[in-house]
Design a protein around this ligand. Structure first.
Ligand code: F6P
Length: 766
């Protein structure tokens, strides 16, 4: 820093001096020019009037008298400002009359006078008389056309030099003062804006490195704030890397083989080799929303996003998804790509654009009014419209084009297609790129063949899916339902021993892969503290304007399959049956509005609100009410405190492929407390056997489960939560991805390797 200050001081001194000297130089030149021309003007005036007088007094006949007159004349003019004197010469240059000051110096006519006489024309010059700088104006003395002699008007010009010196001196003082203040101000700015913040940053970085403070505590580092944010992110990554390495070391010590993000990325690198992972889903992990000048990044409420984001973070793949944020288009590059997560980019997101009509027909129509109710046994009638089906096919083809574009230069790419939005995509991709390894994971249940059979396009859907090399479901019974459907719908050979389907020379494996969440075991020790959770709960309830001793939590998209209304009825029943809990138990329902362009979903939001209102109206009193309904999208960070503070979590889906809320709730219970009440119709119920399993249609049973949860012995709670946490820890999302991708990469493909080269030539991306 000293060196910087020294450099700044020297540069400022040199710079300011040079600039000021330049200006002073021109100022002095100007001043000189003005003084000289002023002098010349005065000399000319004097010379003119003097010459007239001299001409009149010059008497050629009487030389003696004439000389006397001329002498008197020059003496009369001799005492003007800066005028040294006046001299008169005859035609030969001999002195005729002079003021006494010049009598010794100008005895002979100077050249300028001789020239004026010779040329009969006024002349002037700046010269030196001895050491004195002078200005001489020489005029010819005439009578008629004859030149009688010359007149020299001599001014002392040493005052011009003195004036220039004065200007230089003033400039010097000005420069000194300027340099002083500019250097002072610059040094102060350097101190306030650079040296100070750097010193604070150094202290802060040391504290970060030694783990004395958290990454969130970013000091005010003035203009270094963007840098500080980057450093904080880097420190966070380093800290994660450090804790991952510690976990790995711990695991190695304990000879365990838990799946972690690092293990997954090592595994994927080994499995994928030179290849690359491509994930395709309808829902994108990050949406950009613009509201006026504000650009927000929104993480949509989606179990799929919760599950896949850590996988992509671990292996830097490409996620291809529908870009439906209103500012999505302004945040991509020329290839519709961007790197995400926005604050710590680790993988690529490729956005695919759909028209309003396509979105309406494919997403709202066929996928969510057709397939969704078809696959969920929740007693909402599926709607199958031919126009929606047409859009569904078109959009699947549009995504095929995007996938082919992305995998164009990748040999043996690994493509993971997600969900019921893309049943046709596996075959479309495999037809163009037989060398690609394609899996599809179906995130929702697959119903029995009778239920599925009402879909007019069941054959095309099953055929599209069978284009994949591997089809994944959450649980075995969904695999079985699918294989039975295949058996009935298309010409194929189902191998029940190996759970595969052989159709037209292509083999598809069908396997269960129970999806999960990222389980972080490295939470700070202070989280493992019951007292703290109590405080957190009190603060949360207070922030909601409610006072209650017990708290339950539910987190769902507002979807008719989630059994939110049944849940509210069970709460009502519980309060009816056990009135001592009135005034004490509050249930917080976080409900993210979802698919609200569909009437059934739109109406459901109103129904859920009305039902919460009705129950609250019936029981509420003072600062207490039974249900707090928060209808908006909440981030994971916002939901986490509710999970940690709740006495129980209610998951009452009428039918659910897996349900990750149940797993997230348990993953956040570092304190090994809380009770999970879980619908038996969720995929999660197969794994989380220590939850209180309920039939959500049985209102009384759920009400009883609420009482049991609130009155459960702490040891019992702990035992159950500990066992379920162990299950999730061992079967986390990294294991899910690791197993799925390993299985896919180990498959023997029907396609010969060189097909890729041929297909590259033939693929034309629409
Ligand atoms: O459960 C099926 C699913 O696609 C999930 O994977 C996801 O969490 C949820 O639906 C979200 O639905 P959407 O993307 O339509 O909001």
């Amino acid at each position: 820093m000293r060196l910087l200050s020294l450099r700044l001081i020297i540069s400022l001194i040199v710079g300011i001096t040079l600039v000021s000297s330049g200006f002073s130089y021109y100022e002095v030149l100007g001043e000189k020019r003005t003084l000289r021309s002023d002098l010349e003007r005065r000399a000319a005036l004097l010379g003119e009037s003097l010459a007239g007088n001299v001409e009149r007094s010059w008497n050629a006949g009487d030389k003696e008298r004439s000389d006397r007159d001329l002498q008197r004349l020059v003496q009369r003019f001799g005492n003007r400002e800066h005028l040294m004197g006046v001299v008169i010469y005859d035609q030969q240059g001999a002195l005729v009359a002079t003021t006494p000051e010049l009598a010794k110096t100008l005895t002979v006519s100077p050249l300028v006078v001789t020239q004026a006489i010779a040329q009969n024309h006024e002349q002037s010059a700046f010269l030196k008389l001895g050491k004195v700088p002078v200005h001489i104006l020489a005029l010819p003395i005439r009578r008629k056309d004859e030149v009688l002699g010359g007149l020299a008007v001599v001014y002392d010009v040493s005052y011009i030099r003195a004036q220039s010196l004065l200007v230089w001196r003033q400039s010097f003082f000005r420069v000194v003062v300027q340099v002083f203040f500019i250097v002072l101000i610059t040094l102060l700015i350097v101190r306030w804006s650079i040296t100070g913040p750097i010193a604070r940053a150094a202290l802060w970085m040391r504290a970060l490195r030694t783990g004395k403070i958290s990454f969130q505590e970013v000091p005010d580092l003035a203009m270094f704030r963007p840098l500080a944010r980057e450093v904080a992110t880097m420190a966070e990554s380093l800290s994660h890397a450090r804790s991952a390495a510690e976990t790995e070391a711990r695991l190695r010590d304990a000879a365990e083989s838990l799946w972690t993000a690092d293990r997954l990325s090592v595994q994927l690198r080994t499995r994928l080799g030179d290849s690359h992972l491509f994930v395709v889903s309808n829902r994108e992990p990050y949406m950009h929303w613009r509201d006026g000048k504000t650009l927000d990044v929104v993480v949509p409420p989606s179990g799929l996003v919760t599950a896949l984001e850590p996988v992509l973070n671990a292996c830097d793949g490409t996620w291809i998804a529908h870009g439906n944020g209103n500012a999505d288009a302004e945040t991509v590059d020329a290839y519709d790509r961007l790197r995400v997560p926005p604050d710590d980019p680790r993988y690529s997101l490729r956005r695919v654009w759909l028209t309003k009509e396509e979105e309406q027909g494919y997403y709202y129509g066929f996928a969510n009014e057709g397939l969704w109710p078809l696959c969920h046994i929740a007693h909402t009638r599926p709607l199958f419209r031919a126009s929606d089906w047409q859009h569904y096919q078109d959009v699947n083809r549009k995504f095929m084009a995007a996938v082919l574009e992305e995998i164009k230069n990748v040999a043996k790419p690994v493509v993971l297609v997600q969900d019921y939005h893309f049943a046709l995509l596996p075959r479309l991709i495999k037809e163009k790129r037989p060398d690609a390894r394609v899996a599809i994971f179906w995130h929702i249940p697959w119903p029995n063949p009778e239920a599925f059979g009402i879909c007019p396009w069941q054959r095309q859907l099953v055929d599209g899916l069978l284009g994949a090399d591997l089809i994944g479901f959450h649980i075995q019974s969904h695999c079985n339902n699918f294989l039975q459907t295949v058996d009935r719908v298309v010409e194929s050979r189902v191998d029940w021993e190996h759970f595969s389907v052989q159709r037209q020379d292509h083999r598809t494996l069908v396997r269960p892969f129970p999806i999960s969440v990222a389980f972080h075991d490295d939470q700070p020790a202070e989280n493992n503290n019951h007292g703290l959770h109590y405080l957190e709960r009190t603060a949360l309830m207070r922030s909601l304007g409610v006072e209650a001793t017990f708290m339950g939590i539910g987190v769902d998209r507002i979807d008719y399959t989630k059994g939110i209304l049944e849940r509210f009825l069970a709460i009502e029943r519980f309060l009816e049956k056990y009135p001592s809990y009135q005034g004490k138990f509050t249930f917080v329902q976080i409900g993210a509005p979802s698919r609200t362009h569909i009437k059934r979903y739109h109406d459901l939001v109103a129904e859920v609100e009305a039902e919460a209102d009705r129950i609250n109206w019936r029981f509420q009193g003072g600062k207490w009410k039974p249900i707090v309904l928060l209808v908006r999208n909440h981030s994971h960070r916002e939901i986490e405190p509710y999970y940690r503070a709740a006495d129980l979590c209610l998951v009452t889906s009428l039918h659910d492929g897996m349900n990750l809320v149940a797993k997230e709730f348990l993953a956040s219970r570092v304190d090994e407390s809380g009770v999970l009440i879980l619908s038996q119709f969720t995929g999660a119920a197969r794994e989380l056997r220590d939850a209180l399993l309920v039939n959500p249609y049985d209102i009384d049973q759920t009400a009883e489960a609420i009482r049991a949860a609130l009155e459960m012995e702490p040891e019992d709670k702990q035992l159950r939560v500990r066992r379920m946490r162990k299950e999730i820890k061992e079967h986390n999302i990294y294991r899910w991805a690791g197993k799925l991708i390993t299985e896919l990469c180990e498959l023997r493909l029907d396609a010969p390797e060189e097909v890729h080269e041929k297909s590259r030539a033939s693929v034309s991306v629409a």
